[in-house]
Structure formats: C-alpha cells, structure tokens
Design a protein around this ligand. Sequence first.
Ligand SMILES: [Zn+2]
Length: 254
Amino acid sequence: MEATFHWPSSMEAAVSLTYDDGLPIHTALVGPTLEQHGLRGTFYPPIPSDLRYHPEHWRHLAAAGHELGNHSIFHPCRRIPADQYAWLDASYDLAAYSPARLRAELDVANFVLTLLDGKTERTFGTTCCHTTIGQGAAEQPIAPILADLFVAARGALTQQPAVPSSMLDLHNVGCISADGRSLAELQALVAAAQAQRGWAVLMIHGVGRETHDLHLELDVHQQFIAWLAQQPTLWVAPFLHVATYIEQHQRPHA
Ligand SMILES: [Zn+2]
C-alpha cells in the first residue's frame, strides 16, 4: 500500500510550518515573510492571545492564504510535574478535563475562528503536544474527540517526520520542535524527511528572542524560509492542505 502513495508533482517530501500561541510577530513578520517567498503557514492561536486584541490582523493573515488552526481557547496542558507548568493556572489542567469539557472548549474555539476566516474545515494543534486527558485509570486519548471536530491534528512531539502509511493517525500526527535550532539543524530535519519521503511538521513559537522563551532566532528563521522556497522537490504547505492530500490519496488504498 505504501508504494502507491506519492506526493504531488514529484515532490520528495512535505513540510508544514506551524506557529503556536498567537504572538504579534506572527502577523507582523512571519506571515509577510512567507508570502514574499510564495509560501503559506499554519498558525495555532489560543483565543485570548493577540487574536483577541487584534482580530483584524488575524483576519488579514487568513485572507492572505495562511491557515488559522485551533489551539483551544485557554491552552490547557497536563500540569505534570506541576512546577514545570507554573505558567498555567491549575484551572486549565488537562489531566482534570472531562471529554465533554474539552469538546465544548474546542467547539467554541472553532466557532470563533470561523467568524474570523469563514472556514469550516479546521485542524487542531495540540497544546504542549499533549494528547490525553484525565489521569490514572481514567486517562484517555483525545484523538476520538479530535476526529469528530477536525480534519486532522498535529499531535505528539516525536521529533521525526511523519511518514504516510496505513498506520498514520491523521488526528495525532507527530511533530518536530524547531525552536532554538540552527539553520543547519533545520536543513538536516528536512533532509531526513526527504530521505523517508515523509512530512516534516515543524512546531515554532516565537521568531526573535524577545518574542517567546521558545523561539527561532530571527536571522535563522528568515534564512530557513528563503532556503525552503528554493528547494524544487519540497512541498511546503499548511498542515490542513497536506493532511487533506494524504486523506484523499492514501485512505482509499488502506
Ligand atoms: Zn501552545
């Protein structure tokens, strides 16, 4: 089955650039930079982020062809160990979320995003790359809820490219943390995806050291985008586009 899958137009690999947490730099610099190079990205803003204060900036970003994805309303994560999640109020501990609560929160976030961009097909970017709610014997994967609400979801932090196959769960697509990496490291990650004819889903937070504790240096980001745009066999596309392509070209053969 795997041999029947091909990326479009003889591409060797797919790359999705996903930017988390709704930072002002995303609309001020990242979107325009990608557009200058003919590329489009995926942005996962929680609702009370810059999105809440400058919705017009985010509407403009979406209108330019970038993907607005769901990153929940309140950015709940599993606060385990709690001292590493002191930045997150205990009210938003995913380990204490019920399925109904998570579903309702993600549904309302979808509603807000649809008001901004008019789209009804949405993807989810897991918060803190966490993929379960509840704890102990009650801990359960969120993928079934995500499958009801989303075309696909960026899931666990695997630090490896996702490889299209019958085993690939489009509601838990492994991702790679790009923050803090050098240009050479980023290029090596993409080369690894090409070698496996896979999909490098890169998770980025800030761009520039003042923008977020987790960030790519500004010059590294700009050089990486320019380099990506010059690679003839890389399909650089929003997460939704790549996931939809895989869904349409692989599942019928699975
Ligand atoms: Zn986040």
